[in-house]
Design a binder for this molecule. Structure first.
Ligand code: PLP
Length: 223
């Protein structure tokens, strides 16, 4: 097995106070997660509903699960009973479905709005103007079973560090705009989820509060 323990502590030691680690365990077996759990890690991220279901059923119940992938509306009902945070909400339709399923479970589910800032056309997420429009429309205000806790995004897949830094900076500035305009009184709207294995140091410099790191902890994924 990869040196999960060593990697985990190296990363945790490098994170400033106030930045939380979401250990991205997708495609990795339970024993990898258990190794990180044994070191005190509790927050894990998965991107496939079926895989998450199996892990949720077989791993310790105090694990905090974040759904980080693209979530289809017809899958929401399967994770609604137990998911702690849905990180990548990219439409009002999805937000409403999470609200509906959370209501059925008598829960309030924390979510992040996913931004599309990267240049790649393949990435999911809301363009900034789409995100503004969604918030301006105001329908989300009536959704009592979701709590919008902040923003999430992925930078472009590139070696160009300056481009990555620019994209994180755009996200951080946009956070300030949205915070002051719609969530000034909402103490829970405080999360900026950006930074992965290859770019989390830049992300932290650009005010990330939550880094999502898989490969640097668990090694390469076997698909
Ligand atoms: C897989 C994934 C990660 C983790 O990526 P690594 O490069 O392995 O650290 C982070 N965020 C999202 C949305 C992912 O899908």
């Amino acid at each position: 097995m990869y040196d999960v323990k060593g990697n985990l502590h190296r990363i945790l030691d490098s994170l400033p106070q106030g930045v939380r680690l979401v250990a991205i365990s997708k495609y990795h077996p339970n024993e990898f997660i258990e190794a990180a759990y044994a070191e005190g890690q509790r927050v894990f991220g998965e991107s496939h509903e079926q895989e998450l279901k199996l892990k949720h059923e077989t791993l310790p119940q105090d694990i905090v699960w974040h759904f980080i992938g693209h979530l289809q509306t017809n899958k929401v009902k399967y994770i609604a009973p137990y998911i702690d945070m849905v990180e990548a909400v990219d439409s009002l339709k999805l937000l409403k479905e999470i609200d509906k399923q959370a209501a059925k479970c008598g829960r309030v589910i924390d979510v992040l709005l996913e931004l599309h800032i990267a240049e790649e056309s393949t990435k999911y997420g809301l363009r900034l103007d789409e995100c503004r429009q969604l918030l301006e429309d105001g329908e989300w205000r009536g959704l009592e079973h979701v709590r919008i806790c902040g923003l999430m995004m992925m930078a472009s897949f590139t070696d160009d560090q300056e481009q990555i830094r620019r994209e994180f900076t755009v996200a951080a500035d946009f956070f300030d705009e949205v915070k002051s305009r719609y969530f000034a009184d909402a103490s829970w709207f405080c999360e900026r989820s950006w930074g992965m294995s290859d770019d989390y140091e830049i992300a932290v410099a650009c005010r990330s509060t939550m880094v999502r790191i898989g490969t640097s902890i668990f090694g390469p994924r076997v698909y």
